[in-house]
Design a protein around this ligand. Structure first.
Ligand code: GRF
Length: 205
């Protein structure tokens, strides 16, 4: 029933998952010193560093990463700020059991610098998306989205902070649905058994 979390950075989503009681078997980072490694260690959760720079190719890196994941036989692989584009082969290995959180309302603003791009585009609503990972970047079936207003005077940092609070809310929810076997995928679309809301609008900060 456990989960392996892949990170590259500060690990605030990892922390939200842990706080919500998600059973995390191990945390793997591709970046040495990632804040999330300390968060995991503090809670006694095993950590592993698999530095992509130590490998001659993406495939070689992913072979070791996959071996580390598979050793733990997790039910679900959770990307939480894992800033590495992976190959289709890697994605297919975990097809239907790998989730990602992305800081925009997909399909808008796939890729990097989402908050800057949202501000530059003048959108009035922004947010985050939890989706299943498929070979096309940030394009997998959407599990849950949270929307927030874009306010006058927002900077990329203020907007990112508003979105991040929602990431911390929706990601544990999506992971729990998965672990409870409640996600149903039909024609590439995700439904939750029991009818829980798959969208949140937060206007209170
Ligand atoms: C989050 O905004 C996530 O959506 C994006 O990277 C950031 C990771 O933050 N993919 P953290 O490491 O979970 O704090």
């Amino acid at each position: 029933m456990s989960v392996v979390v892949l990170i590259s950075g500060r690990g605030s989503n990892l922390e939200a998952l842990l706080r919500a009681g998600i059973p995390v078997a191990a945390v793997i980072s591709n970046v040495a010193g990632a804040g999330g490694l300390a968060i995991a260690s503090k809670r006694g959760i095993p950590t592993k560093l698999v530095k992509h720079g130590d490998f001659p190719s993406r495939e070689a890196f992913e072979a070791v990463l996959a071996a580390e994941i598979d050793r733990l036989a997790p039910k679900l692989v959770v990307c939480a700020g894992f800033m590495r584009i992976v190959t289709a082969g890697f994605v297919e290995r975990y097809a239907g059991r790998m989730l990602n959180v992305h800081p925009s309302l997909l399909p808008a603003f796939a890729g990097l610098h989402t908050h800057e791009r949202a501000l530059a585009a003048g959108v009035k609503v922004h947010g985050c998306t939890v989706h299943l990972v498929t070979p096309e970047l940030d394009a997998g079936p959407i599990v849950i989205q949270a929307a927030v207003p874009v306010r006058d005077g927002d900077t990329a940092d203020t907007l990112a902070a508003r979105v991040l609070r929602q990431e911390h809310l929706v990601y544990p929810r999506a992971v729990r649905w998965f672990l409870e076997g409640r996600l149903v995928i039909e024609n590439g679309l995700v439904r939750v058994k029991g009818g829980d809301a798959q969208c949140i609008f937060s206007d209170n900060d």
